[in-house]
Design a protein around this ligand. Structure first.
Ligand code: 5GP
Length: 213
C-alpha cells in the first residue's frame, strides 16, 4: 500500500553514559534496517585507530568547527571531554524531509538541545546492566588517558540520572535484545495517533480510502 503523503521521518536521539555501547546498538540497527540513516557528526577530537573520516565522524579542525558554529551549520553542538562535537543540520533536515528516519548518537548536552528545539524528537537513553560493567567498558576501550577514564567514571552517576527525563530507557546487557527494543520503539512511535495516525483517520473519513487512486 502506498500512502498518499509520506510523513516526515523520525528524529531519534540515542544517548547514555560514555562507553555504554550506544554506538554499537545504533550501528547494529542500521545494518539491518532500511530507511534509517545515521547522522555522522563533526568532531575536533583526534581519530582513533581504525576510524575512517566520514564514517564514524567528520574529523575537522577547531577553527573549522568554530566557523561552522558561526555559520549556524550545526543542529546542536557541545564540548565533550575537551573536544567539540556537532550534528550537521542540513543532513538531518534533508533526511527527515524525505520521510526517512535519522538516528543521532550524541551526548546529554546535545540531546537536551535537540529535545528543546525538536519536541517531536524521540529520546532514548541507554544504561549499562551494572556500574561495574560500565567501569569495565570505559577501561577496556584503551583509547583514553587514565585521566580521561577517571573523569568519565566520575561523571557516570550524574549522567545516568539524566535518563529520568527521556522517553525510553534501554538496558545494554544483550546487544540483540537492545537492538530489538530500539526497533520496537521506532515502530511504535510511527504508529502514534498524534504523529501519523490522526492524518490517516482524517484521510480515510474524507476520501474513503488511504491509498492514491
Ligand atoms: P567518542 O569521542 O567516544 O566517539 O564520543 C564521546 C561522546 O560524544 C559520546 O557520548 C557521543 O555520543 C558524543 N557525541 C558524538 N557526536 C556528537 C554530536 O554531534 N553532538 C554531541 N552533542 N555529542 C556527540
Amino acid at each position: 500500500m502506498t500512502m498518499p503523503t509520506k510523513p516526515k521521518g523520525l528524529l531519534i536521539v540515542v544517548t547514555g553514559p560514555s562507553a555504554v555501547g550506544k554506538g554499537t546498538i545504533c550501528r547494529a540497527l542500521l545494518a539491518e534496517t532500511p530507511g534509517i540513516r545515521f547522522s555522522v557528526s563533526c568532531t575536533t577530537r583526534p581519530m582513533r585507530p581504525g576510524e575512517v573520516n566520514g564514517v564514524e565522524y567528520y574529523f575537522i579542525s577547531k577553527e573549522e568547527f568554530e566557523r561552522r558554529i558561526e555559520a549556524g551549520e550545526f543542529l546542536e553542538w557541545a564540548e565533550v571531554y575537551g573536544n567539540y562535537y556537532g550534528t550537521p543540520r542540513a543532513y538531518v533536515e534533508e533526511v527527515t524531509a524525505r520521510g526517512e528516519d535519522v538516528i543521532l548518537d550524541i551526548d546529554r548536552v546535545g540531546a537536551r538541545a535537540v529535545r528543546e528545539h525538536y519536541p517531536d524528537a524521540v529520546s532514548v537513553f541507554v544504561i549499562p546492566p551494572s556500574m561495574e560493567a560500565l567501569r569495565q567498558r570505559i577501561t577496556a576501550r584503551g583509547t583514553e588517558t587514565p585521566e580521561a577514564v577517571a573523569r568519565r567514571l566520575a561523571e557516570a552517576p550524574e549522567w545516568i540520572r539524566e535518563g529520568l527525563t527521556y522517553d525510553y530507557v534501554i538496558v545494554n546487557d544483550d546487544l540483540a535484545r537492545a537492538v530489538a527494543e530500539l526497533r520496537a520503539i521506532i515502530v511504535a512511535e510511527k504508529a502514534r495517533t498524534a504523529r501519523n495516525g490522526a492524518a490517516l483517520i482524517e484521510r480515510l473519513l474524507e476520501k474513503g480510502v488511504l491509498t492514491d487512486e
